[in-house]
Every structure is written in structure tokens, then in C-alpha cells.
Write a protein that binds this ligand. Structure first.
Ligand SMILES: [Mg+2]
Length: 189
């Protein structure tokens, strides 16, 4: 089970992702998380940098869809302002919301190996991707101090599973999670 929590890639932010590499690896659909992946909980609307990024991604030939676990109106407001198709209350790591994004919103145009999920949480975004058998990009949270209750709990679980992954899959840990997992940021929470 914990193997499904190992991301395919790790990047410090959505701006650091190697999009050319993803494209060359056949990825065409990016399903992105919202909170602490695109904006922090303190922000509500996309900034200029995010608009530039979206244009860059779409010009390259990717389809970009938002998949958020939040059911709040902030998701609707952000998605409308950013002009991005979306699924809210997606219940990651359950497959339901991810499948909805792939089948309904992206109209089933892509096979699993053409899809990647971006997110800042191992317990929801990365595990959800792993359970669906699709690739994932772990993004360092923009501002963990803004995490809300359930996410704080997930971060604790995350620390626990990171240790287990490190022990059981040391090579994969060193390759994909060392930079993320070895950083002790629990004090900031
Ligand atoms: Mg998030």
C-alpha cells in the first residue's frame, strides 16, 4: 500500500516542474490540486504568475483541470477567475473525483499513462494518483502554516508514512522523497 504513496516526481513549486519532460514522456492531461499547490489558503484568486503558467502549459499542448477536495465556494470562484475546468469535493484519495475529472471533464480523451496529478499532500493527491495507477508530482506546500484542520492531521500521517517508505523503499525514497521528507518542518506547523 505505501508504494502507492511514492510520487513519480517531486518539485518545489508548480513553476519548477519540467513540463517539457512531462510532455516528452507522453503526458497530456494535468489534474492539479488547488490549496497550497496553486495558491495558499490565505489567497483566493490566481495571480499573474499563475495566468502565465496556465498559458505556457496549454500552449505546450496540455489540458489543465482542477481537482480539489474542498467543497467551498473558493474553488468555484478561483476556477471561474482562472478559466479552468474543475471538480470540487473530489474526496482524494478515493478514486471517484479523479475518475470524474478524467471521464466527464476531460471526456475520456486520455489513457492513464497520459495523465499526471499535481498536489502538495501525499495522503490525498499522491495516494489518490497511486490508487488510480497514474503518475504524480508532489509539490512542496506553498505555506503549510495556513493548512486547515484535516490537512494538519494528514501531515501527521504523512510524517509517519514517510518514515515507513524510507525504511522499506530506501532507493525510491532517496530518489524522489529525500529532499521533501528529510526536511523537518513540523515546528512551523
Ligand atoms: Mg492541497
Amino acid at each position: 500500500m505505501i508504494k502507492k504513496m511514492i510520487p513519480t516526481y517531486f518539485y518545489k513549486s508548480v513553476y519548477d516542474v519540467d513540463y517539457k519532460m512531462l510532455y516528452e514522456n507522453g503526458i497530456r492531461l494535468i489534474l492539479t490540486d488547488l490549496d497550497n499547490t496553486l495558491i495558499s489558503y490565505k489567497e483566493t484568486l490566481p495571480n499573474d504568475k499563475l495566468f502565465e503558467l496556465k498559458k505556457y502549459i496549454e500552449d505546450m499542448g496540455f489540458e489543465f483541470i482542477l481537482v480539489s477536495n474542498s467543497k467551498k465556494s473558493r474553488v468555484d470562484n478561483f476556477a471561474k477567475a482562472y478559466n479552468i475546468p474543475y471538480v470540487k469535493f473530489s474526496m482524494k484519495p478515493l478514486k471517484r473525483g479523479i475518475k470524474k475529472a478524467i471521464k466527464k471533464v476531460a471526456k475520456g480523451k486520455y489513457t492513464k499513462d497520459q495523465i499526471v496529478i499535481f498536489g502538495d499532500q501525499i495522503m490525498t493527491d499522491i495516494f489518490g494518483a497511486g490508487r488510480c495507477g497514474i503518475k504524480s508530482v508532489l509539490i512542496e506546500a506553498i505555506d503549510k502554516s495556513t493548512d486547515i484542520g484535516p490537512t494538519r492531521f494528514n501531515r501527521k500521517l504523512e510524517r509517519f508514512f514517510l518514515k515507513r517508505i524510507k525504511k522499506k523503499y530506501p532507493n525510491e525514497y532517496n530518489l524522489k522523497l529525500k529532499e521533501y521528507g528529510d526536511k523537518d518542518d513540523t515546528k512551523k506547523m
